[in-house]
Ligand binder design. Structure first.
Ligand code: NAG
Ligand code: NAG
Ligand code: NAG
Ligand code: NAG
Ligand code: NAG
Ligand code: CU
Length: 175
């Protein structure tokens, strides 16, 4: 395909810029003596704050999870994300007036993410699980997470902007 390696490079740069973005937060927590007994208490909605407990982040902000929104851009602008942050995906279930519902899949690697290749993907949430309070996903480990909508044979992923990646960083990563 030829373009794949260029796209991979672009994504590698995106990852680097996301990590780099988190580096910009270096110093926020310097010497402030983070109090670990606050873990699990601070379920806040405002912008991620490296000195507080885990954040709950609504994916897409007020846009929620829908077709035609650039979630890669959103993730870059709203990073960094921290370990144990909770992503909340909200989307309407299928109904007579919603015949193009969404879902959430985890793609296994960068190549499948770039190509929206769902052959090894794992479904995290069905078309009905984004209703009401939304579907919650906790960023438990230090790894890249590749999220995408799996509907319409990958069309929402490849043409609808419905994919993004996150590499959570350790809160208070200031040494
Ligand atoms: C840490 O937070 C807990 C709960 O808020 C508080 O009881 C404790 O005194 C704090 N410890 C320090 C060293 O600030
Ligand atoms: C981060 O959290 C600390 C402690 O709660 C607070 O004092 C500070 O104003 C917050 N900073 C931002 C940018 O929200
Ligand atoms: C989404 O945003 C990213 C980052 O700004 C950009 O590289 C990408 O080309 C955008 N995608 C689309 C389909 O516009
Ligand atoms: C869409 O359908 C749901 C129930 O299926 C209903 O609650 C809602 O009001 C409808 N919205 C519109 C814009 O018709
Ligand atoms: C999708 O990925 C699988 C392996 O995960 C690979 O065998 C297959 O060729 C890929 N499909 C495309 C269209 O790249
Ligand atoms: Cu979708």
């Amino acid at each position: 395909m030829g373009s794949t390696s260029a796209q991979s490079l672009t994504l590698a740069l995106l990852i680097a810029s996301m990590l780099g973005g988190s580096m910009a937060y270096k110093g926020w927590g310097w010497g402030q003596g983070y109090n670990y007994s606050h873990w699990g208490h601070g379920h806040v909605y405002h912008h991620p704050n490296s000195t507080q407990g885990p954040n709950r982040i609504n994916v897409g902000g007020s846009e929620n999870w829908h077709f035609g929104f650039n979630y890669t851009k959103w993730a870059i602008n709203h990073g960094p994300f921290y370990l144990n942050d909770i992503l909340v995906f909200k989307y309407d279930p299928p109904s007579s007036n919603n015949t193009h519902p969404h879902s959430i899949y985890m793609l296994p690697d960068l190549a499948s993410f770039v190509n929206c290749n769902f052959s090894q993907a794992r479904m995290l949430a069905s078309t009905t699980q984004g209703a009401d309070e939304g579907f919650e996903f906790k960023l438990k480990s230090w790894q890249p997470y590749y999220f995408a909508c799996g509907e319409s044979n990958g069309y929402h992923c490849s043409n609808g902007g419905m994919k993004f990646l996150v590499v959570p960083v350790l809160r208070g990563w200031n040494f």
